[in-house]
Design a protein around this ligand. Structure first.
Ligand SMILES: NC(=O)c1ccc[n+]([C@@H]2O[C@H](COP(=O)([O-])OP(=O)(O)OC[C@H]3O[C@@H](n4cnc5c(N)ncnc54)[C@H](O)[C@@H]3O)[C@@H](O)[C@H]2O)c1
Length: 371
């Protein structure tokens, strides 16, 4: 992905769990420079700044006002996304937010409308569809490897957070749930592959109403579940394909795939859309085995020096490249459309719901991650 010659300054707002992946990942782009970071928890910000060699600011507002900060990246929790993004957009800087865009479609829709009038770029994760797996699957579909796509399936299942997370309460209350937490990766991947969705029909329910937490050293013993944790949906795509979707924190064990596409000529097996670079496989009708497809672009995470640490950042680079006129793939209209679908899945629908948003299918990227 090409970013303009003078490095574009990026400010990180929120120095929690995922921030390390951004500090590490953004360094992979020569055209980006991390100009600073801030967190409500100043000690956390100080530690992150020290660890990653980045200037620390006393507040998001100070960071936003600093010279050399062009893009602000919102890495706060989902329930804070709306207010933090609104205040960052108010500074006149470009903003990229982690997923979900906000914790509800209604709040996101008003935010996107507000951003549109400001003349700045507003983008959102998920950006994993920009990785080699998403782009290889996209090329397979576009090249007709499986013929016309009739249907697709996607399965979000439980990460068993009660066994390893010290306090997974956020997953079982407003802003959490399988659809808003993991669903963005799956729906963004499907929209990248098949284009926009026009209708959703969904049923959702709370599964277990109380979740015991058994993590060693846990901060809570039980969680009272306040939002649906099991949803099943049918998606109607504008291109005629029909999607079958399960999003559940009540499915602990299973033998389901991540994403599959079913075409007139074969089946495409798409790996975990939470990752950039796993293997895409195809099995054309009559073939006796699955074939791994060679990646069409370089893997974003494959050149990491040494460690297997998570990386994030292509979406921010995508926004930066859009400043120079390149296609803006992770734009907020795309994320808003994904969120409208997820909102319908998360809460269930009264019959078949026609969606009010649409988006462009993101342009494929054939570029490498070197600049
Ligand atoms: N943790 C992951 O593995 C992961 C992976 C992908 C995406 N995400 C997304 O990234 C976002 C952050 O997740 P996380 O796990 O890092 O959360 P976290 O709770 O670990 O960190 C969030 C940080 O934001 C800070 N914060 C809250 N409000 C703020 C404000 N107004 N100004 C400045 N700082 C503020 C908090 O103090 C906290 O340190 C979420 O949207 C999540 O969905 C997380």
């Amino acid at each position: 992905m090409t970013v303009q010659k003078d490095p574009i300054g990026v400010g990180i707002v929120g120095c929690g769990n995922i921030s390390g992946a951004y500090f590490r990942g953004l360094r992979r782009f020569d055209g980006l420079r991390i100009a600073g970071c801030a967190d409500l928890d100043q000690e956390l910000a100080r530690a992150a700044g020290e660890r990653h060699g980045v200037p620390v600011f006393a507040s998001a507002e100070e960071l936003a006002a600093a010279d050399g900060v062009d893009i602000l990246v919102n890495l706060t929790p989902p329930l804070a996304h709306e207010s933090v993004t609104r205040s960052l957009l108010g500074t006149g800087k470009h903003v990229f937010t982690e997923k979900p865009l906000t914790a509800s479609f209604a709040s996101a829709a008003s935010l996107v409308a507000e951003a549109r009038g400001k003349g700045v770029l507003f983008g959102s994760a998920p950006d994993t569809f920009l990785g080699s797996a998403g782009q290889t699957a996209r090329a397979a579909v576009d090249d007709g490897l499986i013929g016309d796509v009739i249907g697709a399936s996607a399965f979000v299942t439980h990460s068993k957070a009660e066994l390893w997370h010290p306090d997974p309460t956020f997953l079982f209350t407003t802003g959490g749930g399988p659809a808003l937490d993991m669903g963005p990766y799956y729906i963004a991947a499907l929209v990248n592959l098949l284009g926009p969705i026009v209708s959703v029909s969904a049923m959702a329910r709370i599964g277990s109403t109380v979740r015991p937490v058994s993590t060693p050293g846990r901060q809570v013993d039980t969680i009272d579940v306040t939002i649906p944790t099991h949803a099943s949906a049918t998606l109607g795509f504008a291109n005629g394909a029909i999607g079958t979707v399960l999003m559940s924190f009540d499915v602990w064990d299973h033998e389901l795939p991540f994403i599959e596409l079913y075409g007139t000529e074969g089946t495409l097996s798409v790996p975990d859309p939470n990752n950039y670079d796993d293997t895409v496989r195809v099995r054309q009708h009559g073939e006796h085995a699955w074939r791994s497809l060679p990646p069409v672009i370089e893997g974003f995470t494959s050149r990491v020096d040494g460690a297997d640490l998570p990386l994030r950042g292509p979406g921010v680079a995508d926004l930066a490249a859009a400043l120079t006129g390149e296609p803006f793939r992770t734009n907020a209209d795309f994320a808003l459309h994904v969120l409208e679908v997820l909102d319908a899945i998360a809460n269930g629908t009264d019959g078949v719901a026609a969606l009010t948003t649409t988006c462009d299918r993101p342009a494929p990227t054939k570029e490498t991650w070197t600049s």
